[in-house]
Design a protein around this ligand. Structure first.
Ligand SMILES: Nc1ncnc2c1ncn2[C@@H]1O[C@H](COP(=O)(O)OP(=O)(O)O)[C@@H](O)[C@H]1O
Ligand SMILES: [Mg+2]
Length: 321
């Protein structure tokens, strides 16, 4: 199952698709028309499908995939977000609303449209307050319009709400070495969605989300985060307990192990954790992407040439959900 992200490359869309890609989710980035060549190349090299980034209406692009799961409408100018939301809902796709802070120019009913019918709504605390205010709804009414609402609370973690189950608080993974101010919310969302895609429940998804958010906070460069399984699981264990850590580990390793093929049939001699690291570091880049006139980085080329052990093929992941 695929996740696609619509939004502006200057907003969260590029960083969210990067995070999903390095976590193995092979996302598709749509409707990010200001993507420059270098940015596209970087994203492509990490396994983001960037071939369809220049369309205001994502639906014709989405139709090219028979396994499209969620479509994230991420932070962009308000008119674009509104139009995309209408296209996604109208096209019958599952909406993940992640509107960021820029919807204040919209009229009340337009703000309501941004979230109504969403499978998942992501906000931070400020966005939550202003969304409720601008929609002129109570939080209970807002909640009744979506299946699940995740609000991140900075160092206080996150809260998961749905109209049908009790709210659940999830602690943050503490950090003593934050290296940047931004990126935590996007990191959380990438971890959360990558986990859901592998079949996790919302709490487990949030456990991974908090660990990824903290790892992103501790990485100085905007797109420098590289997941490391032992670190992620030990930090999940410290913050959320051994059972949560086992679930996150199983989630990440089972899905990889089950789908791992070796380049040109050679066996990987690596252990699971190693394989995970290698899997993330090498090739999520199907040959057709590189054949489209784009240059991937050398590790992707090497992987495609069968030079790297333990390559996990994107196309083999279609049935993960
Ligand atoms: N100071 C912090 N310490 C630990 N975790 C943090 C900290 N700030 C953010 N996070 C993590 O990142 C997630 C998103 O952070 P938040 O500040 O709500 O988003 P935003 O990036 O929109 O400001 C939180 O749910 C938490 O897991
Ligand atoms: Mg914050």
């Amino acid at each position: 199952m695929r996740i696609s992200i619509t939004g502006s490359i200057a907003g969260d869309a590029a960083e969210l698709s990067y995070g999903l890609a390095v976590l193995g989710a092979a996302p598709v980035l749509l409707a990010a028309p200001c993507a420059g060549f270098d940015e596209r190349r970087l994203l492509l090299g990490h396994g983001v499908d960037v071939r369809r980034t220049d369309s205001s209406d994502p639906v014709p692009m989405l139709k090219q995939f028979d396994d499209m799961g969620w479509v994230v409408v991420a932070d962009d100018d308000s008119a674009s977000m509104l139009a995309r939301t209408r296209h996604v809902i109208g096209g019958g796709y599952s909406l993940v609303a992640s509107p960021g802070p820029r919807f204040s120019r919209l009229a009340r009913d337009e703000v309501r449209t941004l979230v109504t019918g969403a499978d998942l709504l992501f906000t931070n605390e400020r966005e939550r307050d202003s969304l409720i205010d601008r929609a002129d709804w109570t939080s209970a009414t807002m909640l009744s319009k979506v299946k699940c609402w995740v609000t991140t609370l900075g160092a206080n973690g996150a809260i998961i709400e749905s109209a049908t189950a009790p709210a659940r608080r999830i602690a943050a993974v503490p950090t003593e070495a934050p290296a940047r101010r931004g990126g935590a919310g996007t990191g959380f969302r990438a971890g959360f969605l990558a986990a859901l895609r592998c079949g996790a429940d919302a709490a487990t998804a949030a456990h991974l989300g908090t660990a990824v958010a903290t790892a992103v906070l501790e990485t100085p460069e905007a797109q420098g985060f590289r997941p490391d399984l032992p670190t992620l699981t030990s930090r999940v264990e410290a913050a959320h307990g051994p059972a949560a850590s086992r679930r996150v580990r199983a989630l990440l390793t089972t899905n990889r192990r089950g789908r791992t093929t070796t380049a040109r049939g050679r066996d990987s001699r690596r252990g699971r954790d190693d394989l995970f690291a290698e899997d993330i570091a090498v090739a999520r880049v199907p040959g057709e992407l590189l054949a489209h006139g784009e240059q991937g980085p050398s590790h992707a080329d090497r992987a495609l040439a069968g030079d790297v052990h333990g390559v996990v093929e994107c196309e083999a992941r279609r049935d993960l959900s």
